[in-house]
Design a protein around this ligand. Structure first.
Ligand code: ADP
Length: 558
């Protein structure tokens, strides 16, 4: 830019210089011509006066070396005398401009190129009283001649002017450009240079603000995205069109065994899992690809999808979904279904067996009552089993529709004891209840199910003349329920399994006492929903103590 301004100023200065020199030359030349004409007019007047007085003899007195040309022309145009040329050879001068003018007005002048003397001449003619014309002429140097005559001073002046112009142009261009070079572009509006660039600076400032805003928005979205993906248990990788990793969440980095900060690296170099590389390659051809892969000892569904933007491939997304939980849940469901079928099959077979015997009339009349009773008890077992299964499946669904209420645990214990008193009496077990009012926020049905199952088990797996002690305690934030029995106890190796569905330590004993194998599963599930802690302490042949600690105000209740 400096060079351009320098060139422009230099060019302008030189143009001005040239114009000035030309103009001055023109003015000087014109002035000089006027002066010459004035001089020539005076000289012509003087000479005309002398010729009028002295006639031809005047010319004899003239100096031959004089610059001036004198021509005396008769009234008919014949040249009577000329101090430069032979009058005989000269043509008639009547048509000369100055002669015509002098003949008509007494004085005439003109300037022209003389064909006779091959030079630019100025002429002044005066009419004498006798009608003849005296004409004086002088050579007039052309402008070029004038310039050439004064070449050195002109060159000196022009040279000085050029040097001065160059110096000024250089200085000016620097001065003009300096404020632009010193512009503080990070804060455009703080600059106070040329008012002409103010709109530009304002535009710059608004664009910078826009960029800053976009930058902030981008960072915010990036943070949101990385926060969201960081917490994802699924692996997520974003790749651009050339296979560079744009984003990789910690789960994906762990599963693919790459460093979490490998963003910007080439995926094909960072990843060593060939199955996943093949999926990603397929996605780059524009097709979706998915496959089960084993990563870090677990089964994952790896899905690679092309990202299309306006019909063009703009990248690939790779998703790694953990299927272990799903597979476990499916296995559990299969196991549960098999168990349920098995559990239902046994009493149904028994019922149909007894019924068949009764139908065929093979049972003696005195045994009919016993057979009917067996059918009744097996049917009761079936009812209990189905009820427990239904209860458990409701709990599996999350028990979302259950109502949280303020419940007194001690009252629930008393009601349960009352409903189990018959069973306790039958088993010759004494029920001992202790504890005062223990109010908590809970789901009454779940609380009742917990208390019922624990007390029922404590009676069922007790010995004759045994005792069941149920206590409720409360502190500032929790309510404790302890069900202790003096029964058969649970072997240590079985203690961790008694909460599994259909698990029984002694299957025949459980069936004998009408167990379904689902009671403690219901207890465990209900405790999870109520956010209660469950602990078992048991010694074989001495007894079992089960403690449940309920929060008074469970978060689940809010
Ligand atoms: P069940 O319907 O068979 O009682 P549970 O799920 O309630 O099923 O209990 C699982 C198993 O745990 C029982 O079969 C029993 O073997 C054992 N068990 C539960 N409670 C007690 C207890 N208080 N004393 C001894 N064993 C118990």
């Amino acid at each position: 830019m400096t060079k351009r301004i320098f060139r422009s100023i230099t060019f302008a200065a030189l143009a001005v210089l040239l114009a000035a020199v030309t103009l001055i030359l023109g003015v000087v030349y014109s002035y000089f011509t006027n002066v010459q004409f004035d001089q020539l007019r005076v000289e012509t007047a003087l000479a005309a006066h002398a010729v009028a007085n002295e006639g031809l003899s005047y010319f004899d007195t003239l100096d031959d070396t004089m610059d001036c040309r004198i021509t005396w022309i008769a009234a008919d145009g014949t040249v009577l005398y000329d101090n430069r040329s032979d009058t005989v050879a000269m043509e008639n001068h009547l048509a000369r401009e100055e002669v015509i003018e002098a003949l008509s007005s007494g004085y005439g002048h003109s300037a022209r190129y003389s064909d006779t003397l091959l030079e630019q001449y100025i002429y002044a003619a005066e009419k004498l009283p006798d009608g003849t014309i005296l004409r004086l002429s002088n050579s007039q140097p052309s402008a070029v001649h004038l310039l050439m005559d004064n070449l050195w001073p002109v060159l000196l002046i022009v040279g000085c002017a050029i040097v001065l112009s160059l110096w000024l142009a250089n200085r000016l261009s620097r001065q003009i450009v300096r404020p632009l070079n010193e512009l503080h572009l990070d804060a455009p509006l703080e600059n106070h240079s040329y008012p002409e660039i103010r709109p530009l600076l304002q535009r710059l400032d608004s664009q910078q603000e826009q960029l800053r805003h976009q930058g902030r928005e981008l960072t915010r979205r990036q943070t949101e995205f990385s926060t969201a993906t960081r917490a994802l248990p699924e692996g997520l990788v974003l790749l651009n069109t050339s296979g560079t990793i744009l984003s990789i969440n910690p789960a994906a980095a762990r599963l693919l065994e790459v460093t979490p900060n490998c963003t910007g690296a080439d995926f094909s170099v960072a990843n060593r899992n060939t199955a996943i590389s093949a999926l990603v390659d397929t996605a780059y051809t524009g097709k979706k690809a998915e496959q089960m892969v084993s990563l870090c000892g677990s089964t994952y569904m790896a899905a690679a999808r092309p990202i299309q933007a306006e019909g063009n491939l703009s990248g690939v997304v790779l998703l790694l979904l953990d299927l272990t939980q799903k597979q476990k849940a499916e296995a559990l469901r299969r196991e549960f279904t098999a168990n349920v079928s098995h559990e239902l099959k046994t009493p149904l077979h028994a019922i149909s067996g007894y019924a068949e015997l009764l139908k065929s009339g093979l049972v003696p009349p005195e045994d009919t009552k016993a057979f009917s009773e067996k059918i009744y008890w097996e049917a009761q077992r079936l009812v209990a089993l189905v009820e427990d299964i239904l209860r458990l499946s409701r709990l599996d669904e999350g028990a979302a529709d259950m109502q949280w209420k303020s419940v007194d645990l001690a009252a629930v214990v008393q009601q349960t004891a009352a409903s189990l008193s018959g069973a306790a009496e039958l088993a010759e077990v004494t029920l001992q209840l202790s504890g005062e009012e223990a109010v908590l926020q809970s789901v009454p049905q779940l609380l009742s199910a917990i208390v019922f199952n624990l007390m029922d088990n404590a009676i069922k797996y007790n010995r004759r003349r045994g005792t069941v002690m149920v206590s409720t305690e409360t502190d500032s934030s929790t309510v404790h329920l302890t069900v202790t029995d003096t029964g058969i106890g649970i072997p240590e190796e079985a203690q961790s399994r008694i909460f599994e569905r259909f698990y029984r330590v002694d299957k025949s004993r459980s069936k004998e006492v009408g167990g379904t194998g689902l009671g403690l599963s219901i207890v465990k599930h209900a405790c999870q929903i109520l956010q209660a802690e469950l602990a078992v302490d048991s010694t074989p042949e001495q007894g079992t103590s089960v403690t449940v600690i309920f929060p008074k105000n469970s978060k689940a209740a809010q």
